[in-house]
Design a protein around this ligand. Structure first.
Ligand code: MG
Length: 208
């Protein structure tokens, strides 16, 4: 069972949105609305910055990182019930993995604040593959580390990119609506399921 990280396992919605707001205000002098700020969350950060402004991407990245790292401990949160669900899945013997577009040292910042690292058998970060979500590569890499087959696996995520990557790898896919994207956006990708709360996700995963 593979999970996206931001907006799926940990609540970094405010942290990431406000990091983008700070960077785009500071560097570009513009005020984007909330939807625009987070529209590409889930792909590598540098690609998100290029989408704001190819010319200023490097500076955006630097200003984002500085603000983000300074506010991680204060703004990152756990989704209620996620730790309990992960513990239950582990107890049931399910191999668990994270597939994130984050850099490893940034994922480690989050793990230092929220102790969810130990639930997972593998953590795939942006350094592990040349291509990233929505390509299937990071999902396939995680499965190879778990000695698992795509047809026995499910990818859980809050972004279209997660569902596309999972489907392209040949996995079942579950969209969750407590992160950066709404149910309509996720349903448009035709995932196997879209769930609105933790108990809905638990029902699906524990039945597997
Ligand atoms: Mg996400």
């Amino acid at each position: 069972m593979l999970f996206d990280f931001d907006g799926t396992v940990v609540d970094t919605v405010e942290l990431i949105r406000e990091s983008h707001r700070h960077a785009t205000r500071e560097v570009l002098g513009v005020d984007f609305d909330d939807a625009r700020l987070v529209s590409n969350v889930g792909i590598p950060l540098m690609d998100q910055m290029v989408a704001f402004s190819p010319r200023h991407a490097q500076e955006l990245l630097q200003v984002y990182r500085e603000w983000n790292h300074r506010h991680t401990a204060e703004l990152i949160r756990e989704y209620p019930g996620m730790s309990a669900l992960l513990a239950e899945l582990r107890e049931a013997g399910r191999p668990l993995g994270i597939v994130t577009s984050k850099a490893r040292h940034v994922a480690d910042l989050a793990f230092a604040v929220l102790p969810v690292r130990d639930y997972f058998d593998v953590i795939v970060t942006t350094e592990d593959t040349d291509r990233h979500k929505p390509a299937p590569d990071p999902v396939l890499y995680a499965l190879s580390k778990l000695n698992a087959r795509p047809e026995d696996a499910v990818m859980v995520g809050d972004a279209p990119f997660d569902l596309e990557a999972g489907a392209a790898a040949g996995c079942a896919t579950i969209g969750v609506t407590w992160g950066f994207f709404d149910a309509d956006t996720l349903s448009a990708l035709n995932p196997d399921a879209v769930v609105d709360d933790m108990s809905g996700l638990a029902d699906l995963l524990l039945a597997q």
